[in-house]
Design a protein around this ligand. Structure first.
Ligand SMILES: C[S@@+](CC[C@H](N)C(=O)[O-])C[C@H]1O[C@@H](n2cnc3c(N)ncnc32)[C@H](O)[C@@H]1O
Length: 256
């Protein structure tokens, strides 16, 4: 999945909305963020969590955000402007540009599903975390993420095309053995699923539907059909029969 252009913009909108806020809140709590500590956000996107971590860790703390997309990095630097404890740098989840045991907590929100070798990425995460410190991973049960309101056959066609947008459809269920293998223990998993029943600008459903339609059109669905799907969802919204269910899961584990 290419996180640039309109996709970067829509991703930023999703992060700024209700769903983004609730994920960040869950991650901040899980990491038990403290003044003066050091945190890493892997795949920091538009930088909203890095900003919150920076505000919480304070000037004596240290917060690093890494991302592989130049446009996301640019957005994150703008969002974190003025926070002296924050550094936003180009980096890959599978090769983190940091020393061993550098961080007191590590966040990964909706990133590992785009990483082919999650085990290698977890090995890197373990390397840069201090023993006894937490990793908080939000990933999505994509097979259960569904829009309702469009004609069933077209909806299925769009869903099928969307499967190719990431490597891992059901990552929360794959994570436990991978975490254990790479030196993490005390795993907990929390369901942070939600339902959107409106398609207004500001809802996760609004931006994600645009993103999915664009992606489907790059995967062999005709542009006409992708636009028809969007207009069917919009009609369903006007008739109060629209729905979007999403199943993010927060996995928290401790570096052994
Ligand atoms: C869905 S966005 C989530 C962004 C952010 N964590 C948030 O919650 O708003 C996924 C992000 O992961 C980044 N990404 C994907 N694969 C990556 C990798 N292998 N290493 C680092 N970043 C990656 C993308 O560039 C994008 O910014």
């Amino acid at each position: 999945m290419d996180f640039s252009g309109e996709v970067a913009e829509w991703q930023r909108n999703v992060s700024e909305g209700k769903a983004g806020n609730s994920r960040r809140h869950a991650v901040m709590e899980a990491l038990e963020v403290r003044v003066g500590k050091s945190y890493l956000d892997v795949g920091c996107g538009g930088g909203h969590l890095v900003r919150e971590l920076g505000n919480a860790a304070g000037t004596e703390g240290r917060v690093v955000g890494i991302d592989s997309s130049p446009q996301m990095l640019e957005n994150a630097r703008a969002v974190c402007q003025g926070l002296t404890c924050v550094k936003i740098i180009e980096g890959n989840a599978a090769q983190i540009p940091s020393d061993d045991a550098e961080f007191d907590g590590l966040a990964v929100i909706q990133v590992y599903e785009y990483v082919e070798d999650v085990s290698a990425a977890l090995e890197e995460a373990r390397r840069v975390l201090k023993p006894g410190c937490p990793i908080a991973i939000v990933s999505i049960l994509w097979e259960h993420c569904r829009f309702y309101g469009a004609e069933r056959k077209l909806n299925e066609q769009i869903n099928e095309a969307w499967r190719a947008h990431c490597f891992h459809q059901m990552l929360p269920l794959e994570l436990p053995p991978l975490l254990e293998k790479n030196g993490f223990g005390s795993l907990t998993r929390t369901n942070i699923s939600f339902l959107d029943t409106a398609l207004h600008a500001g809802s996760t459903a609004y931006y994600l539907s645009k993103l999915i339609a664009k992606f489907a059109a790059s995967q062999g669905v005709s542009e006409e059909d992708a636009n028809l799907w969007l207009s069917q969802l919009s009609d369903a919204d006007k008739e109060d029969r629209f729905g979007f269910v999403n199943f993010p899961v927060l996995c928290v584990a401790t570096a052994i």
